[in-house]
Design a protein around this ligand. Sequence first.
Ligand code: ZN
Length: 463
Amino acid sequence: MNNELAISLPIPSSIPGIVWPVIPTPMAAQLLSQIHYFNLSETFSPSTLLTLQFTQLVEVINFARKTVPYYRSKFSHLPVITNGEQLREIWDEIPMLSRLDLQQAKDAIFSESPLPSHEPSELMTSTGSTGMPVTVKGNVATQFFWNATTLRDHLWHKHDFNKTYAVIRFTENPAAKPPHGAVFENWGPATYRVVPTGKCHHLTICTTEEEVRWLRDINPHYLNCNPSTLREITQYFAAHGGVPDHLTMVHTNSEIVEPDLRRMVKEVMGVQLVDTYSTKELGYLALQCPEQEHYHVQSENVLVEIINEQGKLCEIDEPGRVVATALHNFASPLIRYFVGDYASPGEPCSCGRNLPVIKRILGRQRNMLKLPDGRRIWPSFTSNGLRLMDMFSGAQFQVIQKSLSEIHINLAHISPFSAKEEENLRAQLSIVFDYPFRFIFNYLEKIERGPGGKYEDFKCEVA
Ligand SMILES: [Zn+2]
């Protein structure tokens, strides 16, 4: 199926007069070759995938030991590594890299002799939702795999490249301000090098009213934005109607997608929500399966381990910390890096792709609810048919746990509830959160976003 799709792309020929078989430009040829390989590698058995990943990891680890000051000292206890099988045997001895380690390492995480063919590299700073900035380097090699995986995502979800794409995302570009936003002639470097595309419109994050007006004006086929932006837009359409009629699919990234958001988007806008899991430091970690709501690890880009509190790989459905190793970043190798998120592995997928399955991405520890008995759980915002989105319909909301007994519900864009209504809501909230917390309602003008326009529906401030 994917092969047929890739073959049927209207790829322009770089040699006049030759229209079949097409001779693509060198960059298009590299990307297409990668796509064809991905179509094969995603069907490899899990053990073959691991063997190939470790063959690549030998290169990364040995290069890091030789040229990166941070790893030179951290890996001094390891034997000489000559092959993937041996590396796999000693993998548990390779220390993990926390966000704090990375922050403190500063320039010591950069290679002193970067590979010339991977250059130029550029500095990339990520604040993350923890507000703890880290800086790594990306280069031609990491960008290539970013572009190839972006293309794979378009192909998996059968995007029609002629259609209009719209992006709502924070940007410094003054042209992207409302009411018109910025217009680009194509979807970007991952696609236009291979295939002609429709236009791409970009709006920076603004008010929901401005975002909706812009969407109705452009009437795009595809929309890409953060889940929190999507939640606000969907709530607006639920209250006012007028969903742009060309819209066929919505893509999200950067934040956690709560299961209720998928349902709400389907109910209100009649389209599917497709999520991707990526970070600035590592590129793509996982793409959503075209046939299921879970994710497939991008094993050709990254080795993902989901690890429990005992330091062992999690079982199916067991939540654990996401630890990732970048396979192609030789400029600032990230080896067994704690991404900061929790996730749970899923059963093998029935779609025919053998790439490991992530069933749910759960977010950061501070997005976990802490119960008085010491348990930490991921709040689901829905229980026994009660849903937060219905209780606060039309409002922007954020839930903050202040102590083991107190939860604040911050609400914006809504008239305050009466004392009686608040009392009813408290009873429902006790069911949703499975404990009779003291629920305090705060009515705000606006709920501010975190660094880079990120937004957290739930935050726990209990140490
Ligand atoms: Zn699948």
